[in-house]
Design a protein around this ligand. Sequence first.
Ligand code: CP
Length: 317
Amino acid sequence: MRHFTSVRQLGNLQEAFAKAKYVKENPFADQALGKNRTLLMLFFNSSLRTRLSTQKAAMNLGMNVIVLDVNQGAWKLETERGVIMDGDKPEHLLEAIPVMGCYCDIIGVRSFARFENKEDDYNEKILNEFIQYSGRPVFSMEAATRHPLQTFADMITIEEYRKKDKPKVVMTWAPHPKALPQAVPNSFAEGMNLMDCEFVITHPHGYELDPAFTGNARIEYDQDKAFEGADFIYAKNWAAYAGENYGKVLSTDRSWTVDSRKMGLTDNAFFMHCLPVRRNMIVTDEVIESPQSIVIPEAANRVVSAQTVIKEILLSL
Ligand code: CP
């Protein structure tokens, strides 16, 4: 594996889970692999889990780590070609990327959808420029359309907690005051299409995701019906994808908040969320604090997913 931008690149899923299990049980077994190698973690957007878990993963592998918050302490970067740079951005991304590549062996990039230009977002303009111009292996720490390290951690968590060969996994939209990208739900849908599960997506009308990601999922507009018999509830907000409404908040209807009544419709389902989560918008205090909530082990698996992926990239160097 040279670049990692989608869980589709994991290859054989059972082998990927076995590699993740080995990493989880033997976190320091590959310290020599990363010796004298440097990971540059580049953030265009805020992060808690990705920042800490990816750094921890790289340190477990014996790597040196440089973390750069592009918007705090670096020159402001112009991203468009052809711009007369007489404004407040003194450096162009097309110089900055190869320069950054000179200082490291692997680059992790976080660059969210901007909701300014759907085509740029869905073509992964920024992430692909890093792949094209850095001369280094690049992995996504959440890009415009996918969050593969989160999804791989989610898949590992479902594999660990499932009680059935083919569990029912329900991804439910839930309300949020701000417009959030579709990266997590797109990526989760991509992952569930790879796993052996019954996958259902429930959301209000107008929140349909790109079918390229939802694949074989059953779309159910009645949230109660979707929850019936579920083994895993994966809650997430996303802004509208389709047409003119791209990037818009169409609803903050709190009747979609995941609460104990709805969890009571499931087959004692586990509750999952990638975090950060807005309590009593996405999920009630009661549900997220319940024994069925596995959001913390899910977050802990972020180290495992990142370490498994970085290890594969190191092996390819
Ligand atoms: N789930 C996740 O990516 O969390 P952060 O945004 O805090 O990194």
